[in-house]
Design a protein around this ligand. Structure first.
Ligand code: CMP
Length: 138
């Protein structure tokens, strides 16, 4: 699984019509889409997905935001996927993201930052399993 990562295109980026451009940046950078879903998280599901951040001051805001509208969820494949994808999305805070990154181009703020990328191989596996069954991966 070391060559897979998980991503979500977040509600504000979807609402702004950026999903197609973001998916194009992802595939143009050499990532293969293994699974893809247009869906919406309930508050409860968003709370579970981000449970690791439960003690952080921004947790409530994060859960509300992630449940505020539809998202795209995807599993991506590429060698060194987790690290390379985090480079492609850029820093959490778009003000610190490098030119050419997804967040530099599309993120509104540190909270509404356009795109999620798993931070480890272990979390990529857990997060992909949260959204996709085995028969939804190709
Ligand atoms: P993501 O990569 O999905 O992982 C955790 C998310 O929490 C992060 O993107 C942001 O959307 C959000 N987040 C992180 N830090 C802050 C912060 N300081 N204020 C608000 N939201 C944050």
């Amino acid at each position: 699984m070391t060559n897979r990562t998980f991503t979500m295109i977040k509600p504000e980026a979807v609402a702004a019509g950026h999903a197609g451009k973001i998916i194009d940046m992802i595939t143009s950078s050499g990532f293969k889409v293994i699974a893809l879903k247009y869906t919406r998280l309930s508050r409860e599901e968003a709370g579970t997905f981000y449970e690791v951040h439960k003690e952080r001051p921004f947790y409530g805001e994060l859960v509300e935001y992630m449940a505020s509208g539809p998202i795209y969820a995807a599993i991506l494949e590429k060698s060194n996927a987790v690290e390379d994808f985090r480079k492609l999305i850029g820093a959490t805070d778009p003000a610190q993201a490098e030119e050419g990154t997804i967040r530099k181009r599309f993120a509104e703020s540190k909270a509404k930052n356009a795109c999620h990328g798993s931070d480890s191989n272990e979390n990529a596996e857990i997060e992909g399993n949260f959204f996709f069954s085995g028969r939804e991966r190709f």
